[in-house]
Ligand binder design. Structure first.
Ligand code: NAP
Length: 304
């Protein structure tokens, strides 16, 4: 398949592109700069110049492709608090990609996050692929848009990624931020009892999931990119403390923003996430180290 990939130069893209190429697909990646184009070409794919805001480029590339994987996201807007702007750009981009694929039966794989399960009110049990949120919300609107594209003749699916996509390819994700906080403060922290759980997935396992979704997910499928169902945050803090040689301690919710910065609230979410339906449907079997094992491989502490 000729696959158009947005975000091909990013963290997930750096694994998804080689995964597609090694399975025999041809890849064209969206590149908004010379640096991004060089990164995509270094992976062995073609780069096509354009920005997420160039909706004609997105539509035309979708028309020319046999399938699309959408990974790009305006994280720059998100971290500056412009969630609405980031979500609007995402939905506009998806609309252009869908326009290019409409009526073709070709696949479009979108990206979402398991954290939306918490925002959607799933509490005290693992969220499943059957949990949906018709009322909408941040990134949920984009997910619902993609899930409904079957009615327009697009074989659409959406991957809800764990907030912790980890590996030596990850340089700016949440784990790096938490490690940097521990270094800065001189201790690794968790909030309260630290029993709240974060799902996690290795980048290379996530890449396989995107390929499988592209190749065979039925229209309207929601998929969970979560290999660890839920790692208690206290265990994450302990692994970080071990590797940095720092003590590990509980802090109160009131201290969380000071310690973790913009992740102060997020480190407290309890987001257990099942991927049983995804595994059954696509035959997805994660094979790479889980989050705690990956932390103990040490690469985060050499580069953080
Ligand atoms: N990593 C995680 O732990 C995680 C967890 C949950 C969900 N997700 C979601 O997974 C997706 C991929 O994440 P990631 O970790 O790969 O992100 P990333 O490393 O920040 O990469 C973002 C990609 O989007 C591209 N991009 C950003 N703004 C653009 C624009 N205006 N025009 C064109 N391209 C643009 C970037 O291009 P440049 O190379 O030019 O910057 C880069 O290729 C995102 O939707 C993200 O929110 C990630």
């Amino acid at each position: 398949m000729r696959v158009f990939v947005t975000g091909a130069s990013g963290h997930l893209g750096s694994a998804v592109v080689p995964e597609l190429l090694s399975a025999g697909h041809e890849v064209v990646g969206l590149a908004r700069s010379d640096t991004s184009a060089a990164a995509i070409e270094k992976l062995g794919a073609q780069a096509h110049r354009g920005d997420l805001a160039d909706l004609d480029v997105l539509r035309d590339q979708a028309v020319a492709a046999d399938g699309v994987i959408h990974l790009a996201f305006r994280h720059d807007l998100m971290v500056n608090g412009d969630l609405a702007g980031a979500a609007r750009t995402d939905l506009d981009a998806l609309t252009a990609l869908a326009d290019g694929l409409a009526g073709s039966g070709k696949p479009l794989v979108g990206t979402s996050g398991t954290a939306m399960l918490v925002m959607g009110g799933i509490v005290g049990r693992p969220g499943t692929e059957h949990d949906t949120f018709p009322g909408g919300g941040y990134r949920i609107d984009a997910e619902n848009f993609v899930a409904d594209l079957g009615s327009r003749g697009v074989r659409s699916s959406i991957v809800r990624l764990a907030p912790t996509v980890h590996s030596s390819l990850d340089r700016y994700g949440f784990i790096s931020t938490i490690i940097a906080a521990a270094r800065r403060r001189g201790y690794a922290a968790y909030v309260g009892e630290g029993t709240n759980r974060w799902p996690a997935v290795h980048t290379l396992d996530a890449a396989v999931l995107y390929r499988l979704a592209l190749e065979k997910a039925p229209a309207g499928t929601r998929l969970h990119g979560a290999a660890d169902e839920g790692v208690p945050f206290r265990q994450i803090a302990a692994a970080i403390g071990d590797n940095l040689g720092l003590r590990v301690r509980s802090i109160s919710p009131a201290e969380a923003d000071e310690h973790f910065g913009f992740l102060g609230s997020f480190v407290q979410i309890d987001n257990p996430t099942s991927s049983a339906l995804t595994r059954d449907l696509l035959g997805w079997t994660p094979t790479h180290p889980d989050l705690i094992a990956d932390l103990h491989e040490g690469h985060y502490f050499r580069t953080a």
